[in-house]
Design a protein around this ligand. Structure first.
Ligand SMILES: Cc1ncc(C[n+]2csc(CCOP(=O)(O)OP(=O)(O)O)c2C)c(N)n1
Length: 517
């Protein structure tokens, strides 16, 4: 066995059997080794941001990491923004980064770069494999590091000679300790806070945004009168009919200030106390109401779901969760607006859908329109680095081939990683992209006002305008192999969306919507 074969064998034995790849010469032995370990599925992405975002979407749905295969420092650098989003989602990812053969590095050939420096910005686990005999053990350690609670980016740097050398040994998977349990005394202390009679807000995140955590949270609020919120950008939120509907904390600081008005205690479980997404002149960065105390029920690496369930037993024994009833908006009519396009989605969302939400400003009314739709998962932009939607939808569709994936996708963000559509076509994935084409960086028009940037004029406006030429996403999608149609009215969107979800394979609908700002 050569090093590459031992690496892939070890990954597969540890359950990592999908590798999103954009390889180069230094990774050719890894590419060749795919044929000797048939259990590993290689999926090509045409830009590294697609590769890394797909690995994020995959792991959010599969609850286990995918591998990425990237080409030296520049390949990793191209993939960095979506690895950043994965890091903020606490998604486990195993990066395999090819490097020059060890004896070649001294020559400072054109692709020579400081891979460790690029990788270290991800605050995860980084290792360079020093010998062929060690690659298997390094790979097992990488998978374990990626899955160490709450999940992180593990990067294994693989020199070409280590990869092609003989004497590779596959390693057995490491045992994973799982999330740490919260001390009983902590749960007791939080129960006392809830019984204090003062106003309490419970903020949940991470794994607690799935059914068990949501049910416990609903019981707690029902029994104690506490408010509850889901963190602003959850990595995966389960919602819809039959689940408790817990409001998300807003994106704008003003919304959060309103949501937490009068609160004296903020309890966090699997997330952190709220902060403003950006600083604004004269406005607070810390969004915990003045004078309120923050109490940690569960840190990010602790089992927030079990802690919430134990807390519910203490303060809400005999109280059932409040479950969302089925409720869909009526099918609307007329030229597309911010309200009617979400109503179309709410009306037609298929059972058991996965929504990759990068609708940005066009999606402000989406949560209300889909609250009573059939049960679904929502994946959100955890790290604020745009261009995540198409890749994450791609990875989610590979993780969950039997579920319809709906990518609600703003135009500006789509263009960062638009080539991911080709991967969807190449793999024949069931992804329906509704492309919210507002021909603008609309959020930045709002932000331009909010940061108080005085005196902006036509030159500033021009930087935030995506019209002239107007982009034709039907042609772009078709050129990348994805069948596409254009909708300008709610009726057209409804007809095209119903058809797209009924047909296997990817589809894109270029939905022409007015910019909100
Ligand atoms: C990687 C990255 N680059 C740039 C930005 C800054 N940025 C934030 S929103 C935005 C424009 C978003 O436009 P679009 O996706 O069309 O959504 P809209 O605001 O129109 O709803 C940009 C460029 C970012 N967040 N991340």
């Amino acid at each position: 066995m050569n090093g590459a074969q031992s690496l892939i064998r070890t990954l597969v034995d540890a359950g990592v059997d999908v590798c999103f790849s954009n390889p180069g010469t230094s990774e050719m032995h890894f590419v060749a080794a795919l044929d000797s370990v048939p259990e590993m599925r290689g999926v090509v992405g045409l830009f590294e941001g697609v590769v890394t975002g797909a690995a994020d979407g995959y792991a959010r749905m599969a609850d286990k990491p995918a591998a990425t295969l990237l080409h030296l420092g520049p390949g990793l650098g191209n993939g960095l923004a979506n690895l950043h989003n994965a890091r903020r989602a606490n998604t486990p990812v195993v990066n395999i980064i090819g490097d020059h053969a060890s004896y070649h590095k001294q020559y400072d050939a054109p692709l020579e770069s400081d891979i460790e420096s690029v990788a270290s910005s991800l605050n995860g686990w980084v290792k360079r494999s020093e010998s062929t005999a060690e690659v298997g053990a390094d790979a097992a350690a990488a998978v374990a590091a990626a899955q160490d609670a709450p999940g992180r980016i593990a990067t294994l740097i693989l020199p070409a000679d280590v990869s092609w050398g003989d004497g590779g040994k596959a390693a057995a998977p490491a045992t994973l300790p799982g999330a740490k349990a919260v001390e009983g005394s902590t749960v007791q202390a939080i129960a006392d806070v809830l019984r204090s009679g003062e106003s309490v807000a419970l903020l949940i995140g991470g794994r607690a945004c799935r059914e068990a955590g949501l049910r416990a949270t609903s019981r707690i609020t029902g029994a104690t009168g506490a408010k509850a919120f889901v963190e602003t950008f959850p990595s995966r939120l389960e919602r819809g009919e039959g689940l408790p509907t817990i409001e998300r904390l807003g994106y704008l600081a003003e919304q959060v200030t309103y949501q937490l008005d009068g609160v004296k205690h903020v309890i966090v479980a699997g997330t952190r106390a709220p902060v403003s997404f950006f600083a604004y002149p004269g406005k607070a960065s810390d969004l915990v109401p003045e004078g309120a105390k923050v109490h940690v029920l569960a840190e990010l690496d602790e089992d927030a779901t079990s802690a919430l369930t134990e807390l519910a037993e203490l303060v809400a024994a005999g109280t059932d969760p409040v479950l969302q009833q089925a409720a869909r908006p009526a099918l609307p009519t007329g030229a597309l607006t911010a309200q009617n396009w979400v109503d179309v989605i709410g009306n037609l969302l298929p059972d058991n859908a996965i929504i990759a939400d990068e609708a940005n400003t066009s999606g402000v009314l989406l949560p209300a329109a889909t609250a009573g739709a059939p049960r679904h998962d929502v994946l959100t932009l955890t790290g604020g680095a745009i261009g995540y939607g198409i890749p994450v939808a791609t990875g989610a569709a590979i993780a969950a081939p039997d579920r319809p994936v709906i990518n609600l996708q703003s135009d500006g963000s789509a263009l960062y990683t638009i080539s991911g559509l080709w991967t969807q076509a190449h793999e024949n994935l069931n992804v329906t992209t509704v492309l919210l084409n507002n021909r603008a960086y609309a959020i930045l028009r709002l932000e331009l006002q909010r940061v108080g940037a005085e005196g902006s004029g036509p030159k500033a406006k021009a930087l935030l305008d995506l019209s002239g030429p107007d982009m034709d996403f039907v042609k772009i999608a078709e050129g990348l192999g994805v069948p596409a149609t254009r909708a300008t009215t709610a009726e057209e969107l409804a007809e095209q969306f119903a058809r797209a979800i009924a047909e296997p394979g990817p589809h894109l609908i270029d939905a022409i919507v007015p910019p909100l700002f």
